[in-house]
Structure formats: structure tokens, C-alpha cells
Design a protein around this ligand. Structure first.
Ligand SMILES: [Zn+2]
Ligand SMILES: [Zn+2]
Length: 359
């Protein structure tokens, strides 16, 4: 009996304590304020949570970055692996186009056209092939350029919070490469490489010559495509026309060649045009977004934004291709050239001080 009484006594005491804990404090009633232990507990929890991540530099961006960190990690890793697949795809598709041209298009050109036209096609096609192969190889294998790691005095404009290292002007962090990149333009999965100070020219030249090559292939194989298309249409006639295996293969290959080169010419042509506009403005893809924001901010306060790296349209192109004298337009733009870009990508001449390309 005594045990049962003690058990009931303990339960009633616990319930009384719980009720008292849930009831608002008398002191708060006396002060005329609403709230109680629950609100106090909520306040303590908020303080505790804030104390875990809060510092004077924290803001909502920091919090969102933390929340989305696993997603960024996943996307970065997938992009890194997709880079290998994309590069293999570029090599395979380009090789297939070249093989089809050698096997089916060039013999037809030599058979049908006069000698001087055949020679022109052979020279033009091979020049484009050399330019595409050279610039793609250089764009994928040349490092974009990174700030020096063991140098103490690096002229920097900010700190990279990922690398915990000084960040020179025009440098940005690439989360896929996990490093800072000098004059970063973007990370290109088709090159599996970052596009920056030391390979920007190779990237742009590749886009330009690939677009020209696709336009050239598409136009020069246009009549062959129409013939092949009509032949494929006739497959379904009764009785079906008699084609050899070689002929049917050539029809399908030429249709594949024309559709692929025309599609790439349109898609890559748009991208090349966009990059040409950026180069004319003296901006990288990253800077386009930053400058747009900055221009808007200054416009609202009645001021005008001026890009400090815009040296004038012609000078921007000269800087991009490394043209220092007239003959360079031929030797450095129209022919393969492995010359390095002007400057180290760390120190930049600002257009407001002096013209860096007074040539
Ligand atoms: Zn960094
Ligand atoms: Zn990168």
C-alpha cells in the first residue's frame, strides 16, 4: 500500500512540476508581458542556433551557400565527369565528319569539279581542319592560369574564401577545378578545362574555326545532301530502286554529315557571336554579370559605369589575338600560333590611367 501511495505521490509531483513549467512566469505577469517558458525556450533555441553559425560577416547568402553546399558538390562532380564524356564526344563526332568527307565528299568533288575548284576545296578544308585541331588541342591542354601560391606579395583586390588566398583583379574561383583562375571566363565542359587568361584565345579561335568549318562543310555538301535525301525517299517506292551497299551507306552518311554540321554551325555560331561581343566590350562572361549589376547600381545613384578593361574595340581584339604588328594578323590569327597572351594575368593596366595598346 505504501509503495502504491509513493508511486501516486511521485506522479502527482511530476505533473505539478510540468504544469508549473508550462505556466507563464509570475514575474512576466507582473511586468504585463505575454509569453512563458515556451517562448523563452524558443528564444534560447534561436540564440543557440545563431551562436553556432553567426559572425559579423554572416548574412543570408552565407546561410544559403551552406544549405546548398551538397547540391553544389554534386553538380561540380557530375560536371567534372561529364567533361571527359563531352571531350570524347567532340573528338568522335569531329572524326566521323572528317572520315565521311574523306571517303564520300572529296572523291565526288574531284570527280565533278574542275581542277582549280577541287584544289581550292582541298586547301580550304585542310586549313580549317588544321586550325580546329590545333586550337582544340591547345584549349584543352593549356592551363587557364592560377594566382601564384608561394609568392608572398600578390597584388590582390580581395581574398578567395575557398582557397583562403589573395585574389588578383579579374580572378575568380572555379568550384569545378577547385582553384582560382586568372581572368576567368567560364568552365567549359566541352574542353573539360577552365577558360581563362592563358587559353582564352585558343577557346575563341576553336569556336570561330569550328563554326566556319561547319558552315563550309554544310554549304559544300548541300547538293550532295539533296541527292542523298531524294535517294533515301525513293527507298520506299515500289519497286524499290537498286542501290549497292556502298551507295546506301554514302546516302546515310551524307545526311548525318549535313544535319550535324548545320546544327553545330547554328548553335556554336550563336555562342561565338556572343563571345565576340564580349571581347569587343573588353569583358569576360563572369564580368558581364558583375558589370551589369554595377552599372545598374551606379545608374540608380545617377552615375555612369565605365569598364576599366575596355581599351577600345580594335585594341581589345589586338590584345585577345596578341597582334602587335600587321603581319601578326596572318601569322597569329590565320595560322596556328602558340604565342602566350600579353601580361601575366595578375597585374592589369587600367584604361583610365593610360592606353596599354598604343601601337
Ligand atoms: Zn579560390
Ligand atoms: Zn574550372
Amino acid at each position: 500500500m505504501q509503495t502504491g501511495g509513493s508511486w501516486r505521490c511521485q506522479l502527482s509531483r511530476t505533473m505539478r512540476l510540468a504544469l508549473r513549467w508550462c505556466r507563464p512566469h509570475r514575474a512576466e505577469h507582473r511586468g504585463g508581458r505575454a509569453g512563458g517558458s515556451v517562448s523563452q525556450l524558443w528564444s534560447y533555441t534561436k540564440v543557440m542556433l545563431k551562436s553556432l553559425y553567426y559572425n559579423s560577416l554572416s548574412d543570408s547568402d552565407t546561410l544559403f551557400d551552406c544549405v546548398f553546399e551538397p547540391i553544389y558538390w554534386f553538380v561540380d562532380n557530375v560536371t567534372r565527369w561529364f567533361g571527359v564524356v563531352f571531350v570524347s564526344l567532340v573528338v568522335m563526332l569531329t572524326s566521323s565528319v572528317v572520315i565521311i568527307i574523306y571517303v564520300f565528299v572529296i572523291p565526288t568533288i574531284i570527280r565533278r569539279y574542275p581542277v582549280y575548284l577541287s584544289c581550292w576545296h582541298l586547301c580550304c578544308g585542310h586549313w580549317l581542319l588544321v586550325m580546329i585541331s590545333f586550337h582544340y588541342y591547345k584549349a584543352t591542354t593549356t592551363a587557364a592560369g592560377h594566382p601564384p601560391k608561394h609568392k608572398v606579395h600578390v597584388p590582390a583586390v580581395s581574398m578567395c574564401k575557398r582557397c583562403i588566398a589573395p585574389k588578383p583583379a579579374r580572378t575568380h574561383h572555379c568550384s569545378i577545378c577547385s582553384t582560382c583562375v586568372l581572368k576567368m571566363d567560364h568552365h567549359c565542359p566541352w574542353l573539360n578545362n577552365c577558360v581563362g587568361h592563358f587559353n582564352h584565345r585558343y577557346f575563341f579561335s576553336f569556336c570561330l574555326y569550328m563554326t566556319l568549318g561547319c558552315i563550309y562543310s554544310s554549304i559544300s555538301s548541300g547538293s550532295l545532301f539533296l541527292e542523298a535525301y531524294n535517294a533515301v525517299e525513293s527507298y520506299y517506292q515500289t519497286p524499290p530502286p537498286e542501290f549497292t551497299l556502298m551507295e546506301t551507306t554514302s546516302h546515310k552518311c551524307i545526311i548525318f554529315l549535313w544535319v550535324l554540321t548545320s546544327s553545330v554551325a547554328v548553335a556554336l555560331g550563336g555562342l561565338t557571336l556572343w563571345h565576340a561581343i564580349l571581347i569587343s566590350r573588353g569583358e569576360t562572361s563572369v564580368e558581364r554579370h558583375i558589370n551589369k549589376k554595377e552599372a545598374k547600381r551606379l545608374r540608380e545613384s545617377g552615375r555612369v559605369f565605365r569598364n576599366p578593361y575596355h581599351y577600345g574595340r580594335v585594341n581589345n581584339w589586338k590584345l585577345m589575338f596578341g597582334v602587335e604588328k600587321r603581319s601578326h594578323w596572318l601569322s597569329r590569327v590565320l595560322l596556328p600560333s602558340a604565342h602566350p597572351p600579353k601580361g601575366d594575368g595578375i597585374v592589369w593596366d587600367l584604361v583610365f590611367k593610360r592606353d596599354p595598346m598604343a601601337i
